[in-house]
Design a protein around this ligand. Structure first.
Ligand code: KIV
Ligand code: ZN
Length: 511
């Protein structure tokens, strides 16, 4: 007999709390569709009360997704819970996830509330949530540093109030596996009626132990794990979904648990999340890193060739490597492109937007021989950017590099309806381009990160550039893709400036 492990994905909520990773409604829908295809049980689509845009994004995901439960986070306040309830209303299956901090340090300094007040508020929040759905989850934020007696008391009260899932978060990534497992075990033993609810865990990776702690919780009775694709999330991130799922699957002898995950969708999902958020995956990352199944040393290669299992505990194809073969090329027509987009879950709002994507596809195919799924994903992201009524737009760019001569770039761009141009020297063509843009816009931003990744292999691959800019406490990631990385860089810089220009004030749930 096996038991079921519920996979609760919070890429669109906790993952979105990574610096600059805020996602638009359209981007959330694209990721949510892929998460549904991956087979996650619960998609935490966002924090509906954060802003009007966040509310609309959660609602849009709730309207779109049929195969997974769609959840919104809500602080334990009436306004938050009601916003979450309204946002998940269209969902076939909707959940409200309400939380309040339970550790002395949080109650005293952040909430300025007594234990009694916290319990009262938690119970009230669960009851407000039940007016919208009977699927209510309660989290005791900073459970790792909370007093055990108090945790038992508050969990007992929220079960009585009607919560169905109790989440035990290691909010600050402080626990170690044995202690965390023990804490879950104690809670299950001591909280009355603990067998009537699902126990969940939510671990952060500050000490690099999020996956180990989550698995320890599972070994001690947790039956829901909260995790994110690529381990994205606040600070050092959350437990990574792909690592948890593959550990449970590969070591079924230990866990004896099933998930609903179609593991062959893992790599596609990882690439999509990386490309949309601008967070690259390190090559040596387990499961989804480019080296995860590469055998460098001669001895290993020899072993793998003789008998694969000498050095491989999982098969690359089981997690979706090699799935994205060559898709399209210069001679591919509209129907081939349309059907490829459909298989990638990409829908176009109108025939005009598909036509625009087709034109871009042809332009790309002229420069790049083979077009892969990742190129199509990037093309759609670029297309979405181009369709937004952009304030800053690149008209043309010329960059010149020659050994022994200082690189120079000339940028022509528009701000609103006005055209501007500037020429600047720089340490390299990208530096010169950014300086030329800044000579025009005087943005006053701080460049926090610049990174280039090749979307596919080969020297004709598109470079995907991420630029992180900060200004006045706001941080945004801009992205751009092109076979010319200087052009991709300019696009990414302007994309970040456009995001900063947009008026996107939003609340952070945990601050
Ligand atoms: O880390 C945390 O405690 C959270 C809660 C809101 C569940 O993200
Ligand atoms: Zn968290």
């Amino acid at each position: 007999m096996t038991d079921k492990l519920i996979i609760f994905d919070t890429t669109l909520r906790d993952g979105e709390q990574s610096p600059g990773a805020a996602m638009t409604r359209e981007k959330k829908i694209r990721i949510a569709r892929q998460l549904e295809k991956l087979g996650v049980d619960v998609i935490e689509a966002g924090f509906a009360a954060a802003s009007v845009g966040d509310f609309e994004a959660v609602k849009a995901v709730a309207e779109t997704i049929k195969g997974s439960t769609v959840c919104s986070l809500a602080r334990a306040s009436e306004n938050d819970v009601r916003r979450a309830g309204e946002a998940i209303q269209p969902a076939k299956s909707g959940r409200i996830h309400t939380f309040i901090a339970t550790s002395p340090i949080h109650m005293q300094h952040k909430l300025r509330m007594s234990e009694d007040q916290v319990v009262e508020r938690a119970v009230a929040a669960v009851k407000w949530a039940l007016e919208y759905t009977d699927d209510v989850e309660f989290s005791a934020e900073d459970a790792v540093r909370s007093d055990m007696e108090f945790l038992v008391r508050i969990f007992d009260e929220v079960i009585k109030a009607g919560a169905k899932t109790l989440n035990v978060p290691d909010t600050v990534g402080y626990s170690i596996p044995a202690g965390w497992g023990e804490r879950i075990k104690q809670l299950i033993q001591r909280v009355p009626n603990s067998d009537k609810v699902i126990w969940s865990t939510h671990c952060h990776n500050d000490l690099g132990l999020a996956v180990a702690n989550s698995l320890s919780a599972v070994m001690n009775g947790a039956r829901q794990v909260e995790c994110t694709i690529n381990g994205l999330g606040e600070r050092a991130g959350n437990a990574s979904l792909e690592e948890i799922v593959m550990a449970v699957k590969t070591r079924r002898d230990v866990f004896n648990l099933d998930t609903r995950i179609d593991t062959t969708q893992i790599v596609t999902t990882s690439k999509l999340v990386s490309s949309i958020t601008g967070y690259p995956v390190q090559p040596n990352k387990a499961i989804v890193g480019a080296n995860a199944f590469a055998h460098e040393s001669g001895i290993h290669q020899d072993g793998v060739l003789k008998h694969r299992e000498t050095y491989e505990i999982m098969r690359a194809e089981d997690v979706g490597w090699n799935a994205n073969k060559l898709t399209l090329g210069k001679l591919s027509g509209r129907n081939a492109l349309r059907s490829r987009f459909t298989s990638l879950n990409i829908e176009f709002a109108s025939e005009e937007s598909f036509n625009a994507a087709f034109v871009r596809f042809k332009e790309l195919a002229d420069r790049k021989h083979e077009i892969f799924d990742e190129d199509l994903q990037a093309l759609v992201s670029d297309e979405a950017i181009a369709q937004v009524d952009e304030y800053y737009r690149l008209t043309s760019l010329r960059a010149h590099c020659e050994t022994g001569i200082l690189p120079v770039a000339r940028v022509v761009m528009s701000i609103g309806s006005q055209s501007h141009e500037a020429e600047m020297h720089g340490g390299g063509p990208v530096d010169a381009t950014f300086k030329a843009i800044e000579k025009i816009v005087h943005s006053g931003t701080e460049l926090q990160l610049y990174s280039v990744n090749n979307i596919t292999s080969g020297t004709d691959a598109q470079g995907e550039v991420t630029v992180r800019l900060a200004k006045g406490g706001r941080i945004v990631n801009g992205q751009g893709a092109d076979t010319d990385i200087v052009v991709a860089s300019a696009k990414a810089y302007l994309n970040a400036l456009n995001k900063l220009h947009g008026n996107a004030e939003r609340a952070h749930p945990q601050v």
